[in-house]
Design a protein around this ligand. Structure first.
Ligand code: CP3
Length: 335
């Protein structure tokens, strides 16, 4: 059994396991090399051969305990018929959302379009040591919706006028998304993934009065599906501050990823009956080695008596020095 499953499933508090969000990405020269020859990001995610190779790059370099499949949360809107483009330094841009066309999408076509992702998972599983987990993931419905109907005004604000347009029935769209996300989860597990992480990266932009309907309830429905299918799951409701407590109570996932805003000591008191993952600010890897190791110590110490998976409070930054990543892994394993 992988160390990740020992912690997440068996709640083994003595076991150590480390992986990083965005461990396969731009901070690695071997990734940048492949990326420079593949300018279309979605095409690259649909290239099973290269996706699998990229997934294994950080495993080869650092011998991490788990691999996370190289793909993107926006592969779901892509498979639901929207065009997805990544504009350099601006982030993703999706073609106009058409409710009728979206609601009409069929399961078979959706799964067919994502077949290369499943092939990449199969291939990776064959080349990954038996004692390592292969993590697959989805974007949570709210975070996908933010991109799909293009409602983010700037880094920290939602265009609520657009969200409340009469021709967009949000609940109906969320329900359809949940259905397709569960299919995507099941397909990824059938292909060989053994853990699912659910990214709700924009949960922190939801105001008090709708966070339950748009974040807690959709995540809860997906976690319920995972539990029914015995799929170990980790939720990441980024930016929701003390509402992590409500989230944990209502959604009740196997594991919860901390963001870097939340105090690990608060977490230890407030989040019960859940495996904790991550928390360390990825920016700390850009600081001095001393600061990085002190930062890591805070998390290792806070969670030494409970099941804890070492990771970050968001993805590794492109400007991170790979040698720093190596140091951090060594430090964690030796402490
Ligand atoms: O190593 C891994 O973590 C696996 C692969 C992975 C990617 N995206 C690859 C990627 C994962 C798990 C994701 C999740 C993802 N994608 C999230 C949730 C986590 C988070 O970051 O909050 C979100 C919101 C997205 C959507 C997305 N994809 C954005 C906003 C961007 C552009 C900004 C950025 O970070 O570059 C992407 C592109 C993307 N996805 C890259 C990678 C490696 C960079 C592509 C490149 O330009 O080379």
């Amino acid at each position: 059994m992988s160390t990740l499953r020992k912690i997440l499933v068996n709640k083994d508090k003595h076991c150590k396991s480390v992986w990083f969000m965005r461990q396969a990405g731009r901070y690695l020269p071997e990734f940048r090399k492949i990326r420079s020859q593949n300018p279309d990001f979605i095409e690259l995610c649909l290239n099973s051969e290269l996706s699998s190779e990229i997934t294994l790059q950080p495993i080869k370099r650092f011998n991490l305990d788990s691999a996370i499949i190289f793909s993107d949360i926006l592969m779901t809107p892509y498979a639901l018929g929207q065009e997805v483009k990544f504009i350099k330094d601006q982030g993703p841009e999706l073609s106009d959302f058409n409710t009728e066309r979206f609601l009409d999408k069929k399961e078979k076509e959706f799964s067919h379009k994502l077949n290369p992702v499943y092939k990449a998972i199969e291939k990776t599983r064959k080349n990954l040591d038996k004692d390592k987990s292969l993590i697959a993931f989805i974007g949570a419905p709210w975070t996908l919706l933010v991109y799909m109907i293009n409602i983010k005004k700037n880094k920290n604000e939602i265009n609520f006028n657009k969200l409340n347009q009469k021709d967009i029935n949000i609940n109906q769209i969320l329900d359809k998304l949940i259905k397709f996300l569960c299919i995507h989860i099941q397909n990824q597990v059938n292909a060989g993934a053994d853990i699912i992480q659910i990214f709700d990266s924009w949960a922190g932009l939801l105001p008090e009065n709708i966070i339950k309907d748009y974040c807690f309830v959709p995540n809860a429905k997906i976690v319920e599906f995972c539990k029914k299918e015995k799929i170990p799951n980790i939720c990441f409701p980024k930016g929701i501050k003390e509402k992590y407590e409500d989230f944990n109570r209502i959604v009740n996932p196997d594991g919860i990823n901390l963001d870097y805003d939340i105090d690990p000591l608060w977490v230890k008191n407030k989040l019960k009956d859940v495996v904790i993952q991550g928390g360390l600010d990825p920016k700390i890897l850009l600081k001095s080695e001393k600061e990085m190791l002190e930062g890591a110590t805070k998390y290792i110490q806070a969670f030494k008596d409970i099941p804890y998976i070492f990771n970050l409070g968001h993805g590794l930054l492109p400007e991170t020095d790979p040698d720093r990543v190596k140091k951090l892994i060594e430090f964690y394993r030796n402490n």
